[in-house]
Design a protein around this ligand. Structure first.
Ligand SMILES: [Zn+2]
Length: 247
């Protein structure tokens, strides 16, 4: 039987700091497969690790910044040309998800986007507080402090008896303490070290609250140059591209 496995495809920030690929994670579990965000380096990541995109049931998008969504046009081309897909693909994200994704597809590959796709694509809007099932996993969306309108999302993902909290990009919020209670894994963005932004997390803020998060394991990701430059001072686990963890 397939285990519940998380594969770190891209753990860098928007600047590909340290040569890291951009945000994307593949969650495989016995009931299905989910892609969490789809950064523009998605195909490089899949190819480097010899991974197939075929089994992905749904893609969860946290928000509409390019480092989290600009891989979708490449993934569509991959499904048309390299790993032919006919099965339904669901793309889940904040309100406006269909318009945002199709706009970048048309901008990047106008000719291909003008033709019907050989597979069914269903866009599903999620608002903070909503719960749905995708790829056999129960997904709760919550608001993160990043984009306002439409609101950025974090996801609580229940796959079998495992619970993962994924925050794509977020500033500090006490809600993070609440959302991480009882989780097996908290996948937490950590873009900065000395710089403090309202819309991103920095290492000192995460470290001072580490004992309050309720997750059994915290992995820092979306790592920026400040964090990479001072990694000997980082006491929490840091993600790296290609990391595979069994939950
Ligand atoms: Zn980002």
């Amino acid at each position: 039987m397939k285990r519940t496995r998380l594969i770190f495809l891209g753990t860098g920030d928007a600047f590909a700091s340290g040569g890291r690929h951009l945000s994307s994670y593949l969650l495989q579990h016995p009931e299905g497969e989910l892609l969490l965000d789809c950064g523009p380096t998605i195909l490089a990541s899949l190819n480097r690790h010899g991974l197939s995109a075929e089994a992905i049931d749904a893609i969860l998008l946290t928000h509409f910044h390019g480092d989290h969504i600009a891989g979708l046009p490449f993934l569509f081309l991959h499904y048309i040309n390299i790993e032919p897909r006919s099965r339904l693909l669901k793309i889940v994200g904040p309100p406006e998800v269909e318009r945002r994704v199709m706009e970048i597809f048309r901008a990047m590959y106008a000719d291909t986007a003008a033709e019907p796709l050989p597979f069914a694509l269903e866009f599903v809007e999620m608002k903070p507080g909503e719960r749905r099932i995708f790829g056999g996993a129960e997904i709760d969306a919550f608001r993160t402090v990043h984009q306002e309108d439409p609101p950025s999302l974090g996801f609580k993902i229940r796959a079998g008896d495992r619970k993962i909290i994924y925050v794509g990009d977020s500033g500090w919020s006490e809600d993070l303490i609440k959302h991480t209670q009882g989780a097996d894994l908290f996948l937490c963005e950590c873009s900065f070290f000395e710089t403090r932004y309202e819309t991103h997390l920095d290492y000192p803020r995460i470290a001072e609250n580490a004992g309050r998060f309720g997750a059994k394991r915290i992995i820092l990701t979306h790592l920026g140059q400040e964090v990479l430059d001072r990694q000997e001072e980082v006491a929490l686990e840091m993600a790296q591209d290609g990391l595979v963890i069994d939950l």
